[in-house]
Design a protein around this ligand. Structure first.
Ligand code: IVH
Length: 666
C-alpha cells in the first residue's frame, strides 16, 4: 500500500472508531459488535505500528473513550477504572498465562468468572454508608449516578464493616425478561426500541428520573473489591467478604490452575449462556492472589493480571442477493441487505441491515458476496463482514443510490455524518413517519391511529401533514377500512382532546431531529413559547442545559424551513398549546437576571429546587457562564470550569445562603 493510501485508511479507521465510541458510550445505540469494533482497533494499531510517522496522541488507540452524560456531576475515581484486554482464541489465553507467569516465580491460581454484559459501576462506601456511585466515564472521572443506583434493591445502602473506606466494583444489568417486557411496552407505544439488555441498562442508568430507574428493575452483580485497608489476600476471599456484606456476588466462578481447566469453563458457559436469565459476553480470568496481582501490575488501560475471553456472537453466512433502501421519518436512508434465507439463533433471516454507505465500503461488500450476519440484540440482524474465500468473479460493486427511492430527490450527506438523507420533507415515508411520531402516546396521544390507518389516510389523500388530522370529518373516516360509527367518533374525540396536550409534548411531537422528550421539555422551560424558540440563536440555544451544537443547529434548521413556519402558524390557529402553562410564580425578584447554578446543595433546597427557585422568581437559568451571566450560585463541588470562567470574567459567585437571603426565604 502506498503511504497516501495508508494515511487515508488510518483516518477512515480513526473516524469510524470515534463514531462507534460515541454510539456505544454516549448514545447507547451501538451499530457493530464488540468483535467488529476490536477488529477496527487492531487494524488501526497495526498500521500505527508499521507507520510510526502517522502516530498521533489524538488517535482513539491512545484515548480512553468516555460515557460522560450531561445532567450528572463528574467525580474522580479513587482508583482508576480500567478496562480489560480481550482474548478471542485459546492461543491468546495461553499467551496471557505465559505473560503473567513471567512476573511471578511460583505457581499462579486463577479465578474464572462470567463476564456480565452490562454497565460497570464503582460504589464508594464511607464508614459503612454508600456515598457515591460512579460510572466508568473516561476511567479517571465518572458520572455520579447515586440517585439512580439507590433504587436498585440488590445494592446495599449500608454495610456492616470496620473498613473505613471501600470501593466495590460491579456490573449493572437488566434481566432478559425485563428487557423483553420493556421493549414490548415501547413497541406498543411506538417508542424507539433498545437494541439489547446492555443498552437498556445503560440508558436507564443515565436517565434523569430515578422513578423510571426503579420501575426498570435493574440488578447489580459485584466482582471486585478495592480499599487501602482491605486485608483479604485473595480475590476469592474478597468475593466472600462481599457476599457476607450482603452484596449480590455471582455464584458462578471457579478456581482454575491450567489452560485446559479454563477452556472447559469457557466452553461450558458458551453453551449454557442461552439458559441464563441475563446476558454474558464472555469469561473473565483473574489472578487470585492480590500479592501476585501487584507483582504483575497494570498497563495504562488495563490490569496485566486479568483478561476477558470474549464469546463470539452467533453468526451465519449467506448470499447477498440485492440491496433495498429504506427511508425513515427523518429522511435517513438505510441500506438493507436482501439475503438468501438462513437460520440464525432461532429464526430464519431474510433481511439484514447494512447501516450506511461507509459501512458497505469499509467492509468491502459486493452484491453476490457471501456475507456474515449476526444478531445485534433483538432487532434486525446486521451484516458484519464478507467471507472472501467464497467470492467469485461475478460479484458486483455496490453503487449507493444517489436519489431517494421513494420520491426521486437527490440525496444529501451532512458533513461528519455517515448517513445519506432525502432532503424532501414531503417524501411519503417521511410524511407518514412524522404523523406516526406525532400521534404517539408520549407525544399528542391520539388513540386509534396506527401505522396502517395512517397509510390508508395518506393514500386516500386525507392527510399529508399533521395539521390535516384536525380537519378530518366523520364522513371521511367512515370511508376507511375498519372504521364504523363508534371508532370514528372515538378517534375524532381523541384528536380534539389532543389540543390540550401541554406545549413540551407538542414540541416533542413535531419530530425535530435530535429533540427527544427531555430536550423538548428543556427547550420549553427555557424559551416559554414557540415563537421565542423559533427566534432563538445558536448561542441562546446552547446556553440551555443538555443542548449542544448538534441539537441547536437542528432546531434552527427546523424553524428556518418555510413549510415548518406555515405549520407552526396553522398549529396556533387550530388552538394547540404553543406556550407553557403559566407556573405559579413566586415573585419578580430575579426579573432580568441570568443565573448559573452549579454543584450540589443540602436539603431542603437541593440542586433541582434551587434551579426552580431561579425560574419561579422570574430569573433566567443558564447552563454556561458568559459575560451575560449576572451571578453564579455555587454549592458543594461546583463545576471547576464554571468557577474558572466566572473568575476570569469577574462574575460574582454567591453561596446558597446568600441566594436564599436575596429571595427573603431565610
Ligand atoms: S473485573 C480491573 N469481572 O467487563 C478489573 N469485569 O470489558 C475490573 N465485566 O470493565 C473488571 N463482568 O465492566 C470484571 N466478572 C467480571 C466482569 C467484568 C463484566 C465488565 C466490566 C469491565 C469490562 C471489561
Amino acid at each position: 500500500m502506498d503511504k497516501e493510501k495508508v494515511l487515508e485508511r488510518i483516518n477512515l479507521l480513526r473516524k469510524e472508531i470515534e463514531r462507534h465510541n460515541y454510539l456505544y458510550y454516549v448514545l447507547n445505540t451501538p451499530e457493530i459488535s464488540d468483535f467488529e469494533y476490536d477488529l477496527l482497533v487492531e487494524e488501526l494499531k497495526k498500521l500505527e505500528e508499521l507507520y510510526p510517522e502517522f502516530k498521533s496522541h489524538k488517535s482513539p488507540t491512545q484515548i480512553i473513550p468516555t460515557d460522560h452524560t450531561k445532567g450528572f456531576v463528574q467525580k474522580k475515581h479513587y482508583y482508576p477504572m480500567l478496562s480489560l484486554s480481550n482474548a478471542y482464541t485459546p492461543g491468546e489465553l495461553k499467551e496471557f498465562i505465559t505473560r503473567t507467569q513471567k512476573f511471578v516465580n511460583e505457581p499462579i491460581e486463577y479465578i474464572c468468572e462470567l463476564k456480565f454484559d452490562g454497565v460497570s459501576i464503582s460504589l464508594h462506601y464511607e464508614d459503612g454508608f454508600i456515598k457515591e456511585a460512579l460510572t466508568r466515564g473516561d476511567g479517571e472521572y465518572g458520572d455520579d449516578v447515586l440517585t439512580n443506583v439507590l433504587t436498585i434493591d440488590s445494592i446495599p445502602k449500608q454495610i456492616k464493616t470496620d473498613y473505613k473506606f471501600l470501593v466495590v466494583r460491579g456490573e449493572i444489568i437488566m434481566l432478559k425478561e425485563t428487557f423483553e417486557k420493556l421493549n414490548e411496552e415501547r413497541r406498543k407505544k411506538n417508542e424507539v426500541l433498545f437494541a439489547n439488555p446492555r443498552n437498556a441498562a445503560a440508558g436507564t442508568l443515565k436517565t434523569l428520573d430515578a422513578n423510571i430507574v426503579k420501575e426498570r428493575n435493574l440488578q447489580c452483580f459485584v466482582y471486585y473489591l478495592l480499599g487501602d485497608e482491605v486485608k483479604e489476600n485473595n480475590h476469592s476471599d474478597r468475593l466472600n467478604l462481599l457476599k457476607n456484606l450482603k452484596f449480590n456476588v455471582p455464584e458462578w466462578y471457579q478456581l482454575c490452575k491450567t489452560l485446559d481447566e479454563m477452556l472447559d469453563f469457557i466452553e461450558y458457559w458458551e453453551k449454557l449462556r442461552k439458559e441464563l436469565p441475563f446476558e454474558i459476553d464472555g469469561v473473565v480470568i483473574k489472578v487470585n492472589s492480590i500479592r501476585q496481582q501487584e507483582l504483575i501490575g497494570l498497563t495504562a488501560k488495563s490490569p496485566r493480571w486479568a483478561i476477558a475471553y470474549k464469546f463470539k456472537a452467533e453468526q451465519a453466512t449467506t448470499k447477498l442477493l440485492s440491496i433495498s433502501y429504506q427511508v425513515g421519518r427523518t429522511g435517513i436512508v438505510t441500506p438493507v441487505a436482501n439475503l438468501e434465507p438462513v437460520f440464525l439463533a432461532g429464526t430464519t433471516v431474510k433481511r439484514a441491515s447494512l447501516h450506511n454507505a461507509d459501512q458497505i465500503k469499509i467492509k468491502d461488500i459486493h452484491i453476490g458476496d457471501y456475507v456474515i450476519i449476526e444478531k445485534g440484540g433483538d432487532i434486525i440482524p446486521k451484516v458484519v463482514g464478507v467471507d472472501l474465500s467464497k467470492r467469485t468473479e461475478s460479484v458486483q460493486e455496490v453503487k449507493f443510490i444517489e436519489h431517494c427511492p421513494e420520491c426521486g430527490s437527490k440525496l444529501v450527506r451532512n458533513e461528519g455524518e455517515a448517513a445519506y438523507y432525502c432532503p424532501n420533507i414531503n417524501c411519503p415515508p417521511q410524511v407518514k413517519g412524522r404523523i406516526e411520531h406525532f400521534v404517539q402516546r408520549k407525544a399528542m396521544d391520539i388513540q386509534g391511529l396506527g401505522p396502517e390507518t395512517i397509510d390508508e389516510m395518506y393514500e386516500k389523500k386525507l392527510v399529508s401533514k399533521v395539521t390535516d388530522l384536525y380537519k378530518l370529518t366523520k364522513e371521511q373516516l367512515l370511508q376507511l377500512e375498519h372504521f364504523a360509527d363508534k371508532s370514528s367518533e372515538n378517534l375524532l374525540r381523541s384528536i380534539e382532546q389532543s389540543k390540550k396536550v401541554p406545549y413540551p409534548r407538542l414540541l416533542y411531537a413535531l419530530g425535530i431531529k435530535y429533540v427527544g422528550e427531555v430536550t423538548a421539555q428543556k427547550l420549553a422551560d427555557a424559551f416559554g413559547d414557540i415563537d421565542t424558540l423559533a427566534k432563538a440563536t445558536k448561542e441562546d440555544l446552547m446556553q440551555v442545559e443538555e443542548i449542544g451544537e448538534k441539537i441547536a443547529e437542528s432546531v434552527i434548521a427546523f424553524f428556518q424551513n418555510n413549510e415548518n413556519k406555515n405549520l407552526i402558524e396553522e398549529l396556533k390557529k387550530i388552538g394547540l398549546q404553543t406556550k407553557n402553562e403559566p407556573k405559579n410564580k413566586l415573585s419578580d425578584k430575579l426579573n432580568g437576571l441570568s443565573i448559573v447554578v452549579t454543584g450540589t446543595f443540602p436539603e431542603p433546597y437541593n440542586r433541582k429546587k434551587m434551579e426552580e427557585l431561579v425560574v419561579l422568581n422570574g430569573g433566567k437559568l443558564l447552563k454556561g457562564v458568559s459575560s451575560n451571566t449576572t451571578y453564579i450560585v455555587a454549592g458543594e463541588k461546583p463545576g471547576p470550569d464554571k468557577i474558572k470562567k466566572a473568575e476570569q470574567l469577574k462574575i460574582p459567585i454567591i453561596t446558597q445562603e446568600e441566594f436564599l437571603k436575596k429571595l427573603g426565604i431565610i
